[in-house]
Design a binder for this molecule. Structure first.
Ligand code: PLP
Length: 468
């Protein structure tokens, strides 16, 4: 399988090169040169597969001859062996037509573990084969960083540096990052917000000298291989609920547009999905875009769901590329406009095309708390604020008729409630308990580095800390 850049100037390259490169050299993101497609019969035939086997079957379409289905299945088995639920991504029924997909059964109790645990193994395999080392640099609004540090800690060929916005992540999230004390694993507190962290990461990637010298690579969802394992649970959930025959829609709490784009990839691969609901908090840039076709950046307003406190959804560029008929030059032009003027617009016909597959809704903090409280009172279940935004958006989609009355709605629960105990407590009066494997988290020893919002300072810090 070949990979091409959304800006048309890098590639085609193979799967492993796309994995290790992360961000394309023209500033774009990699996508498969064409979407592999399963027939309905092939999807039916997946029903008896285990989660790891399903992962192997789906991802093999993206690795082509470079990694076999058997090897991918083996990697997925190892990646998900430590998860605390046998189904890996179990469903909870709220009503016959509404289910939660629980994506918090990994080591850091949030959705990022599903991709990151696989990705660490994918890196190991690729680096071992070529005898290279890599430096992984990432920005996090909370959950990516802990999942990445947890997955990559102590791996001999990789040093990992994770930037997080100081004071903008929850105490549990911060502790999950700073308590990883393994060699080569570093959490860096940056004076700035998440978008500053992300811009700084991009700037380092655009410094080609530094990039080549250290073998810089990304594990943010700008890396295609981050999205690949996320496609799997859309298939597993649909199959468990009577798909491909039963009509299914998904509501996806969205920040960087990675998770919901993985759902769209599942659609391109032939999984019948009626609609993907983009659920946002008060940082509603995507909701506004889907209303009028104008992408307009505003300042980030911190919310109860910090992993979605994002104004620039990097992965949206992948959808834009598809909507514009894979015209890389046009994508490059719009992204340049966005970066210089903070906005761009698409014509009505492009917006209409996007609205066929997606609907977008947002909830402010008060509405988010109301959903947490309602689910606690009606279903005796605690959910985290991100999951609540997903559910609130799912209800809005039902009410406005954007999801059919006979459709089964699956709302993604992207974090365990104990990862955001203060918000859950305020909303429901209940204090969620951490699962057993994290019970002592807040007492663990910690260490972190600090850096100002400056590329040269960050590069020299990484040069000093990385193992050579
Ligand atoms: C990462 C994350 C999201 C957003 O996912 P994207 O792929 O960035 O859109 C939502 N909720 C939680 C809990 C997350 O960790």
């Amino acid at each position: 399988m070949d990979y091409i850049s959304t800006r048309g100037q890098h590639g085609p390259i193979g799967y492993e090169e796309a994995l290790l490169t992360g961000l394309a050299r023209d500033g774009g993101l990699f996508l498969p040169a064409s979407w592999p497609r399963f027939t309905i019969e092939e999807i039916e035939a997946m029903r008896p597969l285990s989660y790891a086997q399903l992962a192997g079957r789906i991802m093999a379409r993206f690795t082509g001859t470079e990694v076999s289905e058997a090897e991918l299945t083996q990697m997925a088995e190892e990646a998900y062996a430590g998860f605390d639920h046998p189904s890996v991504a179990p469903l909870t029924r709220l009503t016959d037509r509404l289910h939660l997909l629980e994506l918090f059964h990994g080591p850091t109790i949030a959705v990022k573990d599903y991709a990151m645990q696989f990705l660490a193994r994918a890196f190991d395999r690729a680096l071992q084969r070529t005898g290279q080392r890599a430096v992984i640099l990432g920005a996090t609004s909370g959950d990516t960083g802990s999942a990445a540090l947890e997955a990559f800690k102590g791996r001999a060929a990789v040093d990992i540096f994770i930037l997080f916005p100081e004071g903008r992540v929850s105490a549990v999230q911060q502790k999950q990052m700073t308590s990883v004390l393994a060699d080569g694993a570093h959490a860096i507190a940056l004076a700035g917000d998440f978008d500053d962290c992300q811009d700084l990461v991009k700037a380092c990637f655009n410094d080609h000298t530094f990039r080549d010298r250290v073998g810089l690579s990304a594990v943010n969802s700008i890396n295609w291989a981050r999205l690949m394992p996320q496609i799997v649970y859309y298939f597993s959930a649909a199959l468990a609920l009577g798909g491909p025959q039963q009509k299914i829609a998904f509501s996806v709490p969205t920040g960087n547009f990675g998770n919901v784009f993985a759902g769209w990839a599942a659609m391109q691969m032939g999984l019948p999905i009626e609609r993907l609901i983009i659920a946002s908090n008060q940082n509603d840039i995507l909701t506004r875009f889907f209303a009028d076709g104008m992408m307009q950046r505003e300042t980030v307003r911190p919310s109860l769901s910090p992993s979605m406190d994002i104004q620039v959804s990097s992965n949206f560029e992948r959808l834009l590329f598809e909507l514009l008929g894979r015209d890389g030059a046009r994508v490059g032009g719009l992204m340049a406009e966005f970066s210089s003027q903070g906005r761009f617009a698409v014509p009505q016909e492009i917006l209409t095309r996007a609205q066929q597959d997606f609907a977008a809704f947002c909830l402010d903090d008060a509405a988010t708390k109301a959903v947490i409280d309602k689910i606690w009172r009606q279903h005796d279940q605690l959910i985290d604020p991100h999951s609540a935004v997903g559910l609130g958006a799912a209800w809005q989609a039902k009410e406005t008729g954007l999801v059919g009355s006979d459709t089964v709605l699956v709302s993604l629960a992207c974090a365990h409630p104990a990862k955001f105990p203060d918000a859950v407590q305020k909303a429901s009066g209940q204090t969620p308990q951490l699962p057993d494997h994290l019970a002592d988290l807040m007492d663990r020893e910690e260490a972190s580095l600090r850096c100002r919002n400056d590329k040269a300072a960050l590069i020299s810090l990484m040069e000093q800390e990385r193992r050579k």
